[in-house]
Design a protein around this ligand. Sequence first.
Ligand SMILES: NC(=O)c1ccc[n+]([C@@H]2O[C@H](COP(=O)([O-])OP(=O)(O)OC[C@H]3O[C@@H](n4cnc5c(N)ncnc54)[C@H](O)[C@@H]3O)[C@@H](O)[C@H]2O)c1
Length: 253
Amino acid sequence: MNALDGQVALVTGGTSGIGEAVSRGLTALGVRVGVLSNAPDAELQAAIERGDIAAAERADLADADAVFRAVEALVARLGAVDILVNNAAIWQPNPVPESPVALFDRHVDVNLKGSFYTAQAVLPAMIARGEGRIVFVSSVSGTAGRAGDSAYSASKAGVAMLARTLAAEQGPKGIRINCVCPGAVATPLTAALRTPEGEGAIAALMDGHPSPRRKFFMEPAQIADLIIFLVSPESSAVHGAVIAADEGLTATM
Ligand SMILES: NC(=O)c1ccc[n+]([C@@H]2O[C@H](COP(=O)([O-])OP(=O)(O)OC[C@H]3O[C@@H](n4cnc5c(N)ncnc54)[C@H](O)[C@@H]3O)[C@@H](O)[C@H]2O)c1
């Protein structure tokens, strides 16, 4: 038996890309995984039927009331949340002059405020038990500027600071909180880049990238392994950290 067996995790966006890998990895360790996502019902249902997750609630992270209702429904079915993985996000690059304000707002509402809502929803029960772990998923774009990414980067920098602030605030109450900043990962979010037309651009991006695997896109499981380590007892010394998981991409910046 492992230390996570029987615990309850809430993974936002847990049926796609990195979130799906986290859900599967935690489920394999005996964790009851509940997913909050705006993915189609059929996708959520299929994940339950495959045994990847225990339960799912459809909600838009930008809608605070819907998030609180969804978390309440998952807790009613699975029990109080031991582990929160704030993973879901959107990424729609657009240069600032052309970017509608609504697009900027949407990134902040989903990526940043959505992470705030889920943390608010699970923290009271964690504090009452004096125990819990939260991992926020930011991005290399939350720590380094990238043309076109203003809304995404600003929201993800906010996510990293939300994680650090919460670590300072809630650490003394027994809650361990960290943040992961992935580089490029092969998921539906980046599918548009992994096309034959995109090959030239990727080759240029690969120039000077120190990836030991000599690949630009990482696999979702590489990020999931780190997230699962961060919610496991083996990482007990790690708290309030913002950790790059980018195969060295930002080491050269
Ligand atoms: N893929 C990458 O290259 C990469 C790089 C850096 C950081 N990240 C971060 O990793 C995380 C996971 O990304 P991914 O690549 O697996 O993406 P993905 O698109 O495969 O999955 C995102 C999930 O979030 C859900 N979601 C999106 N908007 C939502 C909303 N408004 N309400 C509820 N759920 C919503 C989607 O339904 C989906 O399940 C994100 O935070 C992303 O910013 C990804």
